[in-house]
Design a binder for this molecule. Structure first.
Ligand SMILES: *Cc1c(COP(=O)(O)O)cnc(C)c1O
Length: 438
């Protein structure tokens, strides 16, 4: 084939077509499966911590694609590394390797503090990283006389949506339509060490934990829980697998949320922020024994460890390391948490670094101004969009922030200043809607 026969390059707008926001949404309804509900906006462009919709409106992105856009949007270093890798070598099968794949594995072993003999498996998403972790757990088989068959996870856990990860996820609404799920998984009460100790025995293959449950509303494990869970699993011969898909790669101000807990886990899953917006997941197995549990041929993936995805992650990690990003996460996170906690509209602030959960009271601190069952947080999300902020509501009274790790103090301050007004607007809209229906 000669280049003369190649189709003429066309601008993206010609390939995709151009429509207004409402036209795109109508086309979405007719062409996309309805699993996500109606999209809130049609986004067309991003720069740093801001995105723009199809109608030209600007938003401060305080959700970062759900803890994904670690360096914001269109980061010049990350985009240049991705495009140069793509124009050099875009994909090879896993019959081959590539320099970025090896370099990223080495880098992840370094930043996670994994001991010698540790290894990395690359996947494409959080749920796939956890599928690999689940298969790793299944390889902790015990003996023919005393087989291990049980896996323990926590109430409130979110580990993903594919069948194995879904079996680890606690929420009934996500699980029940798809039963039977892979068996042997039990869920124990969150934060309850007695319940964990009672559930873990010589038949247990592994315990799965999130250091901070993100999807449940940014709920951290109680102090001392990780260390005690490590002891319980170690004593029973069970693996301790930590899901850092949301909390990892600098989100909490350290490379891993478990840093400083003193524990050495058996494996850690990563995804969301790892590729700075490019899809990639990883499972890091700690120590030589765990790294040998999955033998040649026992697991695999076509796209996992792809040169472009690993280049994106390598660039993201490099930028975080060299640009003072972790210090920024700690200082801007602390500034947000302390200012938000001081607002009368706020009952409680949870989380660490730039993963923040905010429980709302009501306008001016008046909890009686909003009906008990009303979705105040959902109404605040809508009011925030109108005011140019992207946030998220994991519960009816809870807001989650997971902004780019490069969020500035000034950008954070604009949201702190706006929140009381957003709560008042939301409460007003809920009251008006209530009146209309009664
Ligand atoms: C988002 C998330 C997952 C699933 O990741 P996907 O990339 O959506 O499959 C798993 N575990 C945790 C803790 C998460 O936050």
């Amino acid at each position: 084939m000669t280049t003369e026969n190649l189709p003429e390059a066309r601008p993206l707008s010609e390939l995709a077509g151009a429509s207004s926001g409402s036209e795109w949404l109508a086309r979405y309804q007719d062409s996309l499966m309805g699993v996500f509900g109606t999209p809130q906006r049609v986004l067309v462009r991003g720069q740093g911590c801001y995105v723009w919709d199809a109608d030209g409106k600007q938003y401060l992105d305080l959700l970062g694609g759900i803890a994904v856009n670690a360096l914001g949007h269109a980061h010049p270093f990350v985009t240049s590394v991705i495009s140069s890798q793509l124009s050099t070598l875009g994909h090879v099968s896993n019959f081959f390797t590539s320099p970025t794949q090896v370099a990223l594995a080495e880098k992840l072993l370094q930043v996670t503090g994994a001991p010698s003999g540790s290894k990395v498996f690359f996947a494409n998403s959080g749920t796939e990283a956890n599928e690999a972790a689940f298969k790793l757990a299944r390889r902790n088989r015990g003996t023919p006389e005393k087989p291990r068959t049980k896996v323990v996870a926590l109430e409130g856990a979110f580990h993903g949506r594919t069948m194995g990860a879904l079996a680890l996820t606690a929420k009934k609404a996500y699980r029940e339509p798809f039963e039977p799920l892979p068996g042997g998984v039990v869920h124990v009460a969150f934060g309850d060490l007695d319940a964990l100790a009672a559930a873990v025995d010589e038949t247990t293959q592994a315990v799965f934990l999130e250091p901070i449950q993100g999807e449940a509303g940014v709920i951290p494990l109680p102090a001392g829980y990780l260390a005690a869970a490590r002891k319980i699993t170690h004593d029973a011969g069970a693996l301790l697998i930590v899901d850092e898909v949301q909390t990892g790669m600098g989100r909490t101000g350290t490379w891993l949320a478990i840093e400083g807990s003193g524990i050495v886990p058996d494996a850690v899953s990563l995804a969301k922020g790892l590729g700075g917006g490019f899809p990639i997941g990883a499972l890091v197995t700690f120590g030589a024994d765990n790294s040998a549990r999955l033998a040649a041929g026992q697991h695999g993936t076509t796209f996992g460890g792809n040169p472009v995805a690993t280049a994106a992650a390598l660039a993201t990690v490099h930028a975080i390391e060299t640009q003072g990003v972790l210090a920024n996460v700690r200082s801007v996170g602390e500034r947000l948490r302390s200012a938000l906690a001081a607002l009368p509209e706020v009952a409680q602030v949870r989380g660490r670094g730039l993963l923040i959960g905010i429980d709302l009271v009501g306008p001016g601190g008046d909890g009686t101004a909003v009906a008990a069952g009303a979705n105040l947080a959902g109404a605040v999300v809508n009011a925030a969009l109108e005011a140019g902020f992207i946030i998220n509501a994991p519960g009816p009274r809870t807001i989650r922030l997971a902004p780019p790790l490069i969020l500035t103090a000034e950008q954070a301050d604009t949201f702190i200043a706006a929140l009381p007004g957003l709560v008042a607007t939301a409460a007003g809209q809920l009251a008006a809607a209530e009146k209309e229906t009664t």
